[in-house]
Design a protein. Sequence first.
Length: 494
Amino acid sequence: MQVKQLREQLAAMAADKGLDRPARILLTAAECAPLAKTGGLADVVGTLPKYLNKLGFDARVMVPYHRIIKERYGDKVEYLFSFYVSLGWRTKFVGVNRLELDGVCIWLIENEEYFSGPIYMPDREGEQYAFFTRAVPEALFRLDFIPDVMHCNDWHTGMLPLLLKTQYIDSPMGGTRTLLTIHNIAYQGLCKFDFVQDFLSIPDGCLGLMERYGMADFLKAGCVMADRVNTVSPSYAREICTWEYGEGLDPVLSLRGDVDGIVNGIDKAVWRPGTDKRIPANYTRAKMQGKAKCKAALMEETGLEVNLDRPLIGMVTRLVEQKGLELVMGAIDQLLWDTDCAFVLLGNGNRKYEDWLRGLEARHPGRACAWIGYDDDLSHHIYAGCDFFLMPSRFEPCGISQLISMAYGTLPIVRETGGLRDTVQPYNQYTGEGTGFTFQWADSLDMADACRRAIDLYYNNKPAMETLIKNAMAVDYSCENWAFEYGKLYLSML
Ligand code: ADP
């Protein structure tokens, strides 16, 4: 559907609700791309409001003013005002700043003590985001922006629904509806009860509803108190209601019975091979010549032997257990010995994986490259230059990387879990349908088998490969449809 039609449908829904102005939405989170990003959460918070506004909403963002934002965007940021909040017996400074990016108003909450270091301070995350939780409603009052819907994301803002329904119920924000989106249930923000009582003045009567293993759980508070809870793919929405994936919150979520999932969109202004300025050559579904140039340039850049006939498998990932690194460790050496393929990985995180990857590179000179670090440009080069993109995740709420790789005609090889299951259609050798390769078990052999199927197709069935690439590039995870789904959800909550 065209943007105009989507806009009209939402306007009709809003009129039914008696709204005669754009619905006011506040997205709040710990990260927001491109300002401060460690993963897909930032992509969602940075992209969704831009498209919501195109569909007739008044969507704004509130995130911490992290040091990294100050360093990169400081000269564009406008200081608005400051005030003090109480965190128990403490009094803390809150600076409110404003940045406009792509027409979206982003409010940045400043505090040197909490946000002058990393986005997540080791051992002090609870304090950082308890402070942020208190600062958000207090800043909104002073900005005179009372949202119709406050869209909270992950545990860092999970306590807000509870605060609004208890401490702010008699304020103008008492009528604000709350949506909590779970991007990753593995991170819940566990603190001591004393801490939340002390910092956020949570009364005794509320402690039980956020209790998990004798600790106060920020995310659980949101799961219990938010008006709606959703997640980032239908499969993950089902999975987190089960013991295997629910990380202890499955009883609460299945009791709610209303948890559903909206698959993330990708921002085509950033991720389109036809216009992407960061890749060495542009290409489209109809004119693919540029992709070979991207492959050659990537092989050269990463120190691999430049051999365009050799299938190149790539990964761009946080190096954490969730992403299936154990499976990679169990299979990639053998794959590189047994088949004529090459492997490039960009990622950082757990030391154990970083060290192992350095060893892999040493064992397979010219055939394997491990680029340890965070590098936006190189990530674009990998999405464009590889033939296959590997994501063997143990669990995957949505996953953005496989969507990007499909847009770049780089066929994903994924484990059938969460959003990966919902977005990658496995290759069917009888019909030629599919957009990638999938495997079921969190097991190295199963992953290796999927990689071998992909490599086999690459060498032995070029026409089928080309069809798959065309199918993958035709998949539409556009942000307009994604924002439309969120728009409907917000309006249904009013
Ligand atoms: P998650 O949010 O769990 O990390 P997603 O697949 O949803 O996984 O999103 C990951 C995003 O972060 C993608 O846009 C990916 O390109 C990017 N990314 C991850 N690691 C790196 C890295 N080391 N360098 C550059 N970009 C990265």
